[in-house]
Write a protein that binds this ligand. Structure first.
Ligand code: GTP
Ligand code: MG
Length: 396
């Protein structure tokens, strides 16, 4: 029973006791479940604090779980992603990472690096005894194998980034080609106004939705043409800005009429600024255009829309299919660390090729190990910890 200040019951709560080490933090933990009204929650927290508890720091529970060795760093970071997930797909990937999918991918590679280091260390220690560690070709083979596996993992970030942060997609093209119709079709709702009058859309219209569980900000734009009134030309300015800001631009052309130099100019312009998919719309009508788009669609009938979605994905993450294998990385921190490690390995490879003494080669290998350690958590500087845990927005 949760009493108010005068002792009257205001809620009945459930108290759950998790004895150490079988709790979230691996310590003794008590959880109080009460009914969800904010005023009741606040009262409950105030009573607890009056009795000697204190409010958790951001991320403190997960930090304690980490410090007590119950989870490693990638798992702790994934808890934050799970809390922030906006689609079930994001939640599923984060949940796999909470279960340790990233560490499971990295640890075998780290193991190979450690083996190589141990091998060379041994060679140096026993140099007097004429122990021949390994021929250079063998050392090179090992370094290259580690490089291959790490760069494969680093490349998975191209897709992982999309899963983590989603992407922005602008639909651009000449007036009346069917941009707003396509926008509505992709969103599966009548969001933007569609008419047969060129110049219908005058400002950016945006809406957030998801493609295959990945959050996407769709932007419909004003049709691009020259020499119109001031409102429309301001809209055209914004269309160009939208191309520049987008991760991917879908340039729409109307296949039922001849493709014009303006169409080609818009495609060129878009290619300078972002990934591009050229969609040939109105494919339900007789074709009048002598032009091969990336994908033929009909906003009117829905034909080709799935193919368009697939094309959009491929434009953003060319290796998307490979990246979907388990344990792909979604954290920019991990990607940067893997790149650092790869740089050091490239140094190491050059060192072997130029027959530099093993003592020096080892420095490069240790330099390659350090960033991997920073992912798996074996050596963690305070500032890494602080950066990770300070981005938690709530107590968990
Ligand atoms: N037959 C056919 N008509 C289409 C298709 N897509 C759009 N339309 C028609 O083309 C006209 C223009 O469509 P909108 O979606 O408004 O074109 P828009 O590119 O947004 O035009 P602005 O906003 O003026 O730049 C409308 O009459 C639509 O019904 C299609 O796939 N097939
Ligand atoms: Mg429009």
């Amino acid at each position: 029973m949760l009493p108010d200040d005068s002792g009257d019951a205001i809620d009945h709560v459930i108290v759950t006791y998790f004895p150490a080490p079988r709790s979230y933090t691996a310590e003794d933990v008590i959880e109080i479940g009460c009914h969800g009204a904010p005023i009741v929650l606040r009262h409950c927290v105030e009573r607890a604090c009056a009795a000697g508890a204190r409010i958790a720091e951001p991320g403190e529970f997960t930090l304690r779980a980490y410090l007590n060795g119950r989870i490693d760093l990638p798992q702790a970071e994934a808890v934050r992603d799970l809390i922030e997930a906006t689609t079930l797909y994001q939640a599923r990937i984060a949940a796999q990472q909470v279960e340790g999918s990233v560490s499971r991918r990295i640890k075998p590679v780290k193991e190979k690096l450690l083996e190589l280091i141990a091998l060379l260390e041994a060679g140096i220690d026993f140099a007097d005894n004429d122990v021949d560690v390994a021929p250079d070709s063998e050392i090179l083979r090992r370094i290259e194998q580690i490089e291959r596996e790490l760069s494969h993992l680093a490349a998975s970030f191209a897709f992982g980034k999309l899963v983590h942060s989603g992407f922005t997609m602008a639909i651009v093209g000449r007036p009346n080609v069917g941009k707003s119709s396509l926008f509505n079709r992709l969103l599966k709702q009548d969001r933007a106004i569609v008419t047969d009058i060129p110049g219908t859309t005058r400002d950016l219209v945006s809406e957030v939705s998801a493609i295959e569980g990945i959050p996407v900000k769709f932007i419909d734009t004003a049709g691009i043409r020259a020499g119109q009134d001031i409102v429309e030309s301001l809209g055209v300015e914004r269309s160009y800005q939208a191309i520049a800001d987008a991760d991917v631009a879908v340039v729409v052309v109307d296949l039922s009429s001849p493709v014009t130099p303006e169409d080609r100019a818009i495609i060129e312009r878009a290619r300078e600024r972002s990934a591009v998919v050229v969609a040939g719309n109105k494919s339900d009508l007789p074709t009048a255009a002598d032009f091969e788009p990336d994908v033929r669609v009909s906003a009117a009938t829905g034909q080709g829309i799935d193919e368009l979605r697939a094309r959009i994905f491929r434009a953003l993450a060319p290796d998307g299919a490979a990246a979907r294998e388990p344990g792909f990385i979604t954290s920019i921190r991990h990607e940067q660390l893997l790149r650092e490690s790869l740089e050091a390995l490239a140094h190491a490879r050059t060192a072997v090729e130029s027959h530099i003494p093993h003592e020096m080669l080892l420095l490069d290998l240790y330099a390659a190990l350090q960033p991997v350690d920073a992912i798996t958590g074996a050596t963690t500087a305070d500032d890494i910890l602080n950066r990770i845990f300070s981005t938690f927005c709530i107590g968990k």
